[in-house]
Design a protein around this ligand. Structure first.
Ligand code: CP
Ligand code: NVA
Length: 333
């Protein structure tokens, strides 16, 4: 077709700091409007009226599926979940043909894939916006929800229009250098948040990814990112301790080796104490969670653990991203 190419969200690197800030703020505003007592029907409820959002997913999902389908429904549209056993993609038809055909019939595509090149290929051939719902490299919807969660947990007097007021906070990521970390680190670069990453030897951030993360800083500062193989070092002075599974989807064959390599990386209150995390530190995890990466004591401690609000915030981040990319065609205002 002769229309302009749609704008896609494949990674947080696709956003300016201002756009990321706006997506997080809009997510917060929609959360308050919908959960608040307003009886006036929100324009949100018709913003995707008569629109279909296709959801090709080649991996399992609880949060991303429920939040995306829920967001589309809240916006008056129709979510169409397409599991890998349901469609021809990857079995009987090329990415190009599937991308051209699906996008000719829907208003947006929210895709969960294995390799990042699959969501890039869909975006290349799609005539409608494609939103990455997790690839092996990135998880932008999670990052928007995570920064909404951080904004709520660390409300700041510095917070003014155009800023989240999170500058200077320190995140300690203790665990695997994976898709969730990469977009979180890119966002932290953009928002002026320090992030210290502890991984076992051999599981560090790959070089090309480190370069992408460092290049995301609008001030060309590189000191926001520090890396170590010692969990205690990462945790020092951290406001927020974060982890994720040690065995991501697609790495099941490596599970035994990984569980052995990550021994000693479990987040516990003893680790936070030994390492010298800040008084009042918080814990985050995108879920699904396994007991090896964080103790029950931390995970279920409501004074520390933000994991369930973080999960709920996936709904509001999906609303905000669909609004920005599908309703407003990539104009994030
Ligand atoms: N955090 C997250 O993306 O969870 P699901 O894999 O359940 O969607
Ligand atoms: N790193 C995990 C995140 C799941 C939401 C995975 O890719 O499986």
């Amino acid at each position: 077709s002769s229309t302009a190419k749609p704008r896609h969200l494949l990674t947080i690197a696709d956003l300016t700091p201002e756009e990321l800030t706006t997506l997080v703020r809009n997510a917060a505003a929609h959360k308050h409007a919908v959960k608040g007592s307003s009886t006036v029907p929100s324009p949100l409820s018709t913003s995707l009226l008569n629109c279909t959002i296709a959801m090709p997913f080649t991996k399992r999902s609880t949060r991303t599926r429920v939040s995306t389908e829920g967001a589309v429904a809240l916006m008056g549209g129709h979510p169409m979940f397409l599991g890998s056993g349901d469609i021809q993609l990857g079995v009987n038809e090329s990415l190009r043909d599937t991308g051209v055909v699906i996008s000719s019939m829907v208003s947006g595509i929210v895709a969960r894939v294995n390799g990042h090149e699959v969501v890039e290929g869909l975006a290349e051939w799609s005539s409608v916006p494609v939103i990455n719902a997790l690839s092996d490299s990135f998880h932008p919807l999670q990052t928007v929800a995570d920064y909404l969660t951080i904004l709520e947990a660390f409300p700041s007097s510095k917070s003014k229009a155009g800023s989240l007021g999170v500058e200077g906070l320190k995140i300690a990521w203790v665990g695997d250098a994976n898709n969730v970390l990469f977009d979180l680190a890119i966002a932290s670069a953009k928002l002026g948040v320090n992030i210290s990453v502890a991984t076992p030897k051999g599981y560090e951030i790959p070089t090309a990814m480190r370069e992408l993360i460092l290049s995301a800083s609008p001030t060309s500062n590189t000191s926001f990112l520090t890396e170590t193989n010692v969990p205690e070092e990462a945790v020092k002075n951290a406001d927020i301790l974060v982890t994720d599974t040690w065995v991501s989807m697609g790495q099941e064959d490596e599970a035994k080796r990984r569980l052995a390599a990550f021994a000693g990386f479990q987040i516990t209150s003893e680790l936070a104490k030994r390492g010298g995390a800040k008084e009042g530190w918080k814990f985050m995890h995108c879920l699904p969670r396994h007991p090896e990466e964080v103790s029950d004591e931390v995970f279920y401690d409501e004074s520390k653990s933000l994991v369930f609000p973080e999960a709920e915030n996936r709904l509001w981040s999906a609303v905000s991203v669909l609004e920005g990319f599908v309703v407003n065609k990539g104009k994030i205002v």
